[in-house]
Design a protein around this ligand. Structure first.
Ligand code: GCV
Length: 837
């Protein structure tokens, strides 16, 4: 007889949930007690499983846990409760056997689900039926999220199937526990050269992923470590697979193509060599022996120093098919990345163009890839910039499976210190109609396999969650992970729907909270684009280092090919067929025509496609240079507005997350000013054309630090120059404490005082602001920004509002260096209080 379980745990959980801190660890699966639980009294209080797979058991436990907490009563679990109204969870086949009168309203695709009620005599049971066991799990999560969002119970009855089969996240975790482009702590999976002993977080991560339908996770950096394929590592990886399995998340790994040579004792890794082929076959068999549901490999080859088939004169198809054939008998797939390019391009050559690379290399191979190969294509032709056109390769492969690669981790979009909700960016690409063959072929339907009748396709998202309690650092960044999963399931969802669902699940259903956070999320991409790189310029960040602060010059005059070709006269890459690199010719004719002509090229991609004079007038009215100036002011104002919007939530959400986001939005509002001034000053220096509105280079409220009375402080250059006033800041290099003072000469009144300083990753300097030798503020430079130099990476603002000042008052900043951080300061800005916001 089956074990009966009364889940008193759920009752306890109800109490714990109320008391537990809102530290973000629960993500969007908070299951907060509902204000009006009564509305769901028709839902059963018992769960019966028809299937005892790990996935269905997880589904039942999750239902008990979630409904128990939200509705405030324990759930009963087990066959003994069959006579009660109950949830019945299993596969469609199992449910049909139990209720012969029932069948799903529509035919489900693999991993789809149906939620329905079934009358059984006097009783109404609720059926959660999956096309397979994963589908049942997804159905349970769906129902729970509907309840958490206070949705009308009538809408619970539904069917849903995923658009895409490949719904993977990638982690770029290294075996030492670091994460390439990770911004939320160290790896939840690896440490000290191996898999972490404690994989609790890995299991919790898989649960979050499953709740939005993610079905696989590639766990290591695509710059893969050859040790991933040693026998010892394979056994350790099996432990990760075990942690993922209850949530239907299959394990995948990235592999280094040179492994047969590097660790296999062969003297070659030529993909056509018989010994190499045999080595991979054996290796793959060994993996499946320990991980029977292994999902497959991800490959980065011939890219940024990674070895690849070109070394032997072989093509990506040769390499991909060799691996795919090893995986095929086990049902595995191979995701081969199209991110293949030469990073030693000759920048002097006007025809050289990194954006061309993926199409030039992969288009000729179309049709040469095996059926279990999927070409993983970054959304744009460069590298996850704040705006790029859709990669032309999406339409360039019609006989090959494709997946779109999106970057959830905010490498070029603020690194989770700044709010950028990426779903609208992704939607923009997914909805873009490539006009392949002259018909409607949006990217979303191409990767789904629908446009060109491909058997496989989907989404890969670089997530890079870390050990930080809240997974991604910025509490609002979790909307990106959530949104990625939702779009991979249904790319037709609107950004606003995803934003609202996530907000309700994460912060509750208070209408003001929901509308405020939704508005913040939905405006954030455009704001970030405005104050970084508009008009298709790319993010304009330091591309040679941190990928964080402003540094447009770093894009130029090197082999990386992220050029913006800014000269004294004009700016932009000429990618036209007529006079440029010919990149535009890679698009199907209708799209190519639109981009080729200045008449029809959209403003927001103008400088990606064309080189134009600064005085060129945009469709929207202003000249290019004036638009750059204007948008940077608008963007900085937008970032200030995000902060003001967040402040309206005080007291309406928990203090812990309120304060955390408040700190980050305060920082972002300051960072946006740094970006605004750096980019505008740089373009002013390039073009020599002044801002029509007289703002650029003119800061009447600013007192540069180097012009203050300095005691101990010395002027030092900023790199790049545009990230500090006149290229210089001050640093306290030789003393324990230094000061910078100024005498206030403006009319008496109430003012906001901002101090722009530099907060290195190392050290925690202390700053003290004194008014007539009385301390009015003190703070520590304790942020973990990416850099230990005076630059836009580290420039930070401290603001004190509503200070009464009189002519003759002395304002003094005292800086106390610490740990190699010399308490550097850029300027003090004193703005009349009423106009400071
Ligand atoms: C894993 C960008 C990133 C690299 C990353 C690469 C890739 O260039 O900066 O860190 O390497 O993309 O996607 O392979």
């Amino acid at each position: 007889m089956r074990r009966l379980k009364l889940l008193l745990v759920a009752a306890l959980a109800v109490q714990c949930a109320a008391a537990s801190a809102e530290d973000g660890s629960a993500g969007w699966l908070r299951y907060a007690p509902l204000a009006d639980a009564q509305q769901y009294r028709m839902l059963p209080a018992a769960v019966v499983l028809l299937d005892h797979s790990p996935e269905v058991q997880s589904a039942a436990r999750e239902l008990s846990r979630g409904l128990g907490r939200m509705l405030g009563h324990p759930m009963l679990e087990g066959a003994a409760f069959s006579a009660m109204p109950k949830f019945v969870i299993g596969t469609v086949t199992e449910v049909e056997e139990r209720f012969p009168q029932w069948k799903p309203a529509v035919q489900l695709k693999p991993e789809g689900y149906a939620i329905a009620t079934v009358r059984d005599g006097q009783r109404t049971d609720w059926v959660i039926a999956g096309a397979d066991v994963r589908g049942a799990l997804y159905g349970a999560f769906h129902l729970l999220q509907q309840v958490a969002e206070d949705k009308d119970s009538a809408s619970f009855i539904t069917t849903s199937s995923p658009a895409d089969q490949v719904r993977w996240v990638d982690q770029w975790d290294n075996l030492d526990g670091s994460i390439e482009r990770g911004y939320a702590g160290r790896s939840i999976l690896f440490a000290n050269g191996g898999v972490r002993p404690d994989l609790t977080r890995a299991g919790e991560y898989a649960r979050l992923l499953a709740s939005v339908g993610i079905n696989a996770c590639s766990v290591n950096n695509v710059n893969a470590d050859v040790r991933m394929l040693t026998p010892q590592m394979i056994s350790q990886l099996a432990r990760i697979a075990d942690a993922f399995r209850p949530w239907g998340v299959r394990l995948a790994i990235s592999v280094d193509l040179s492994s047969p040579k590097a660790i296999g004792g062969l003297n070659t890794f030529d993909p056509l060599n018989q010994q190499v082929i045999a080595w991979w076959n054996k290796k793959v068999d060994a993996i499946y022996a320990q991980i029977p549901d292994f999902a497959g490999f991800v490959v980065k080859a011939d890219s940024e120093g990674q070895p690849g088939p070109s070394q032997y004169g072989r093509t990506p198809a040769d390499a991909a098919n060799m691996l795919a054939r090893a995986l095929k008998p086990h049902g595995g797939v191979l995701l081969y990345r199209a991110f293949v390019y030469n990073h030693h391009l000759d920048w002097r050559n006007p025809k050289a163009d990194r954006a061309r690379a993926a199409y030039d290399i992969f288009h000729p191979l179309d049709g040469k890839f095996d059926d279990n190969v999927i070409i993983q294509i970054k959304y744009g032709p460069i590298d996850f910039q704040v705006r790029e056109p859709a990669s032309p390769l999406f339409a360039g492969l019609r006989h090959t499976n494709e997946a779109i690669e999106l970057e959830i981790t905010q490498e070029y979009t603020g690194q989770q210190r700044q709010l950028v909700f990426l779903v609208p960016l992704w939607k923009h690409i997914l909805d873009f109609d490539m006009r392949a063959g002259g018909r409607y072929t949006p990217v979303k339907q191409i990767v789904e396999g629908r446009s060109f009748d491909r058997p496989l396709g989907g989404f890969a998202g670089v997530a890079n969650v870390g050990l930080d309690t809240n997974w991604l650092g910025h509490p609002l960044a979790m909307a990106n992970l959530y949104g990625f999963g939702r779009l991979a399931w249904d790319p037709n969802l609107m950004s606003s729907t995803i934003a609202e669902d996530w907000t309700r699940l994460t912060f509750g259903n208070d209408p003001h909270v929901v509308s405020t956070i939704d508005a913040m999320l939905l405006s954030s991409w455009h704001i970030y684009e405005q104050y970084t790189g508009p008009l298709g310029l790319g993010t304009l960040t330091n591309i040679l280092g941190s990928h964080y602060g402003p540094d447009p010059q770093s894009a130029e005059h090197n082999g990386w090919g992220q050029w913006i070709r800014a000269t004294h006269d004009g700016v932009g890459m000429d990618r036209t067929v007529a006079t440029g690199t010919g990149y535009i010719g890679q698009y199907p004719p209708a799209v190519a025509q639109r981009y080729e002509s200045l008449e029809t090229c959209p403003d927001d991609l103008l400088l990606f496609m064309h080189h134009v004079p600064y005085t060129y007038r945009l469709h929207s009215g202003p000249t290019v240079i004036q638009y750059i100036y204007n948008t940077h002011y608008a963007g900085a104002q937008g970032a200030a507005n995000l902060l003001a919007e967040w402040e309206t939530l005080k007291g309406r959400i928990d203090e812990q997350r309120y304060e955390h986001v408040l700190r980050l939005q305060t920082y972002q509002a300051g960072a946006a000013i740094v970006w605004r001034d750096a980019i505008n000053d740089w373009f002013y220096a390039q073009s020599g054309i002044p801002d029509e509105q007289g703002r650029v280079g003119y800061h009447p409220n600013r007192i540069t630090a180097k012009s203050m009375r300095l005691d101990g402080y010395v002027p030092v250059p900023a790199t790049p120059w545009e990230t500090a006033s006149g290229g210089k800041a001050i640093a306290c290099l030789h003393r324990g404490v230094c000061t910078a003072s100024t005498t206030f000469t403006r009319p008496a009144g109430s003012y906001t005082i901002s101090v722009q300083y530099f907060d290195y990753r190392q050290g925690v300097s202390t700053f003290t602001l004194l008014l007539n030798d009385v301390i009015i503020a003190t703070w520590k430079a304790d942020n973990t920004l990416p850099g230990n130099t005076i630059s836009g990476d580290t420039s930070t603002r401290y603001t004190l509002s509503n200070v009464a000042l009189h002519p003759g008052d002395v304002l003094k900043i005292e800086g106390q260096p610490n740990g190699g951080e010399p308490a550097p300061i850029d300027y003090m800005e004193v703005t009349p209080y009423s106009s400071s916001r």
